[in-house]
Write a protein that binds this ligand. Structure first.
Ligand SMILES: NC(=O)c1ccc[n+]([C@@H]2O[C@H](COP(=O)([O-])OP(=O)(O)OC[C@H]3O[C@@H](n4cnc5c(N)ncnc54)[C@H](OP(=O)(O)O)[C@@H]3O)[C@@H](O)[C@H]2O)c1
Length: 338
């Protein structure tokens, strides 16, 4: 705790178009002592999600938007250094939404994701990837919404990103054939060689729809989409009968000032009697307990690998966020700040 100073990154403006580092300002404030029931946390790891682009747009979306001058919201891990709450003690490692700042004074109870004390065996990297929001999203989207059966052909877009790589691995655990779509030969090689995907398509090279036709001759049973746009259209061209299209996200549109018209070939949903369904993690409610237990067991058994891309330094936090939109991250994007 240097001179009681708390460095923070706050929102400078609501970006239109591609977010830049100039959309955030670094400010120094004083550390706020914890009040009744509160804890003071030294933040060690910050996690990044494409959805944060929506949180800083003008107005509210599925969550309240971040206001100009407010500390940028983010999922994080840190260490409790002072506590006025009997359930948290100094030295506890905790995960919670502490934001882009070095110290957070918070009421740890309440909210959709209350502050959780991490067991000794759970590292910050695990808590912010396979065992956190990312893993739970992949579990809920794939298993609760997609409901693949053993032997099904599952295709995942954004497959080398945080959620995509976990969704693909869960599909493999469930006995499916899995094809990943990702940007660049290294990411595609990694999916096949390291994660055991049955195939991968580099969407930056050639015709994705044609490649899907080659790799999925009987059609796609479950498409787990993180991306939207032309990749969604390519998948819709190749659906099996009674397929399930799971819309987890649509990163192609997050930095666009104006969105293009919807999938031109959505009639393929009709022609294949298929179902397209979106979801938000929060809707899985009590099922998330089962999800957390299964994810933890798969990680412990070595069936589910978690991959994190860790940048370093508080000053690099905004640049690290931009890596998501530049396709620079492999697995979950984190920044270690202490
Ligand atoms: N529904 C929910 O409750 C929920 C919860 C969490 C996350 N999500 C969504 O899940 C998706 C994945 O999130 P994540 O945290 O796992 O992020 P991520 O996949 O790690 O995000 C970044 C990756 O997206 C790809 N990408 C970036 N810009 C792209 C573009 N214009 N076109 C195609 N691909 C692009 C890049 O990979 P390439 O190099 O392969 O292009 C990049 O590495 C996001 O859309 C997110 O909003 C939804």
């Amino acid at each position: 705790m240097k001179n009681n100073v708390n460095r923070q990154w706050v929102l400078a403006n609501h970006p239109t178009g591609m977010v830049t580092t100039a959309d955030f300002n670094q400010v120094d404030t004083e550390i706020t002592p914890p009040g009744d029931g509160e804890i003071l946390v030294k933040v060690t790891h910050v996690a990044f999600e494409p959805a944060m682009r929506g949180w800083i747009a003008e107005g509210d979306s599925y969550v309240k938007g971040v206001q100009i001058g407010e500390v940028m919201r983010a999922q994080t891990v840190g260490e409790v250094i002072e506590s006025n709450n009997a359930d948290y003690k100094p030295g506890d490692r905790v995960s919670g939404f502490f934001g882009w700042q070095e110290y957070a004074t918070v009421n740890p109870v309440g909210g959709m994701f209350p502050t959780q004390v991490l067991p000794d065996a759970v590292t910050a990297e695990m808590a912010l990837s396979a065992l956190g929001i990312t893993g739970l999203t992949a579990w809920g989207g794939l298993l609760d919404i997609g409901q693949p059966k053993e032997g099904d052909m599952v295709v995942v877009s954004g497959a080398a990103g945080a959620t995509g790589n976990i969704a693909g691995q869960i599909a493999k655990i469930k006995g499916c054939k899995v094809i990943g779509i990702a940007g660049g030969p290294e990411k595609c090689q990694w999916l096949v060689d390291e994660l055991g995907f049955d195939g991968a398509i580099d969407y930056k090279e050639g015709d994705v729809s044609k490649k899907l036709k080659e790799l999925c001759p009987d059609g796609i049973n479950v498409f787990f989409d993180n991306v939207g746009g032309e990749i969604l259209e390519a998948a819709l061209n190749n659906l099996a009968q009674f397929a399930k299209v799971v819309i987890c996200g649509g990163i192609t549109g997050y930095n666009e000032e104006e969105l293009p018209s919807g999938p031109r070939n959505y009639m393929n949903l009709v022609l294949t009697s298929s179902n397209m369904e979106g979801f938000l993690l929060g809707q899985f409610g009590p099922k998330l307990g089962q999800a957390a237990a299964e994810l933890g067991q798969w990680v412990a058994e070595g069936k589910l690998k978690y991959t994190v891309d860790v940048q370093e330094g508080f000053e690099n936090v905004p640049q690290t966020f931009l890596r998501l939109f530049e396709g620079k991250n492999l697995g979950k994007q984190l920044c270690k700040i202490a």
